[in-house]
Design a binder for this molecule. Structure first.
Ligand code: S3P
Length: 431
């Protein structure tokens, strides 16, 4: 297991950084291309460990995927064309892969077993297996179908109208993907809008997707065909969040983050930063493939603590670890609530962030559904761990930029899940 040490930044962070491809969109591009008819080219694909797991699972099911000059070409096999995998499908650390893939597999005529690493083995799958079973799927797993490995015997499904208890794009997408192979109409209604990349990309692949005005209810019809297309993956705002935070806490910083996806279901971090008093300039706004994209300019500035909760949470759920670090450097108290979903991410991110930030000298405490952070605190540095969670690892790395002593992060290789080369890019901004 590799450790990485991050030292105090002696000067501000400067330069222009191009953000790696969006993880959510990269997964979907390969998965949807595989079940589409005809070829799809994908530019800007994130070659992080998670998305490579999606590629390897699809290859195991006979999908031909080539890579040349940074362009990925997927030769689609159609919804009924996937081959039965001879071996167990391994999703590695990727919750998106296992949940979306299970949705697809449920409505095929294939038998498959899907599993992942020890983090995946702890994460709840009943949130997808329960509605998929309502559609007629035959899925089993440990703990009555809640835990991996999942055994899926594909069979014909019927559409359902599902009222989801959680705002989760993985749940919504699993059901909609199963719905493509189900009889009749399938709809999902969420308590708050989760990221809508599935809806946007299914539309780009030629599927009719109906959404109500606020986006909380989505509906598709069984038997719809996907047609291969050209996909451009924008940069990941969840990766950009670490660099926004890095510049905001390191005096004299000025960074330009290029090619950042600005999908409104993902930009909660920008709303929060504005409320905290940060000035972020949004430049070169453009549309690519049905997804808005822009460059972001961020300058160091003083921040104030705020309250974060409610419908905002799904729009920034992955950014909460970075927000927690920012809050240690903001004046006053930051309260994060209604974020119980953090407990079922790659780690329990309430526990991991609170315990590791405390170790570095932060004044932070866990609550039932979030955390309370007192600022502004001088961080002391020390040795902490990502606990194998990419976003925890990157958040803790930020602390090294401002802590009195270096911050050493154990299990630092976890960052490769969503941001290969993260430490080099961060160090590059110091020069
Ligand atoms: C994702 C959805 C979110 C997010 C995850 C990626 C997706 O999870 O946290 O990193 O690509 O659909 P939930 O669906 O569990 O909220």
């Amino acid at each position: 297991m590799a450790s990485e040490k991050v030292n105090l930044a002696k000067t501000g962070l400067k330069g222009a950084v191009r953000m790696p491809g969006d993880k959510s969109i990269s997964h979907r591009s390969v998965l949807f291309a595989a079940i589409a008819e005809g070829n799809t080219t994908i530019q800007g694909f994130l070659k992080g460990a998670d998305c490579l797991s999606t590629i390897s699972c699809m290859r195991q099911m006979g999908v031909e995927i080539e890579e040349k000059d940074e362009v990925i070409t997927v030769h689609g096999r159609g919804l009924d064309g996937l081959k039965e995998p001879l071996e167990v499908l391994d999703v590695g650390n990727s919750g998106t892969t296992i949940r979306l893939l299970s949705g697809v597999l449920s409505g095929t005529s294939l038998y498959s077993v899907v599993t992942g690493d020890e983090s995946i083995a702890r994460r709840p799958m009943s949130r997808i297996t329960y509605p998929l079973k309502m559609m007629g799927a035959a899925i089993d797993g440990r703990d009555d179908g809640n835990l991996t490995p999942l055994a899926i015997r594909g069979r014909s499904l019927k559409g359902i109208d599902y009222i989801s208890p959680v705002a989760s794009a993985q749940v919504k997408s699993a059901i909609l993907l199963a719905g493509l192979n189900a009889k009749g109409k399938t709809s999902v209604t969420e308590p708050a809008v989760s990221r809508d990349h599935t809806e946007r990309m299914l539309t780009a692949f030629g599927v009719e997707v109906n959404r109500d005005e606020d986006g909380r209810r989505v509906e598709i019809y069984g038997g719809a065909k996907l047609t291969g297309t050209d996909v451009y993956v924008p940069g990941d705002i969840s990766s950009a969040a670490f660099f926004l935070a890095a510049a905001l806490i390191t005096p004299d910083s000025h960074l330009t983050l290029e090619n950042v996806g600005m999908n409104p279901t993902r930009t909660g971090i920008l709303d929060v930063l504005e409320q905290m008093g940060a000035h972020i300039q949004v430049k070169r706004e453009r549309m690519q493939n049905g997804e808005p994209v822009a460059d972001l300019e961020v300058t160091y500035g003083t921040l104030k603590g705020i309250q974060i909760g409610g419908d905002l949470i799904p729009r920034l759920i992955d950014e909460i670890p970075a927000i927690a670090v920012l809050a240690t450097q903001a004046s006053g108290t930051t309260v994060i609530k209604n974020a119980g979903e953090l407990k079922v991410k790659e780690t329990n991110r309430i526990d991991t962030m609170v315990s590791q930030l405390q170790q570095l000298g932060a004044k932070v405490k866990a609550t039932n559904d979030g955390m309370i952070i007192e600022g502004k605190t001088d961080l002391v540095g020390g040795t902490v761990s990502s606990f194998g969670d990419h976003r925890v690892g990157m958040s803790l790395a930020l602390c090294g930029l401002i802590a009195k002593n270096p911050v050493t992060i154990k299990e630092a290789e976890a960052v490769d899940v969503s941001f290969p080369g993260f430490f080099n890019v961060l160090n590059g901004c110091k020069n």
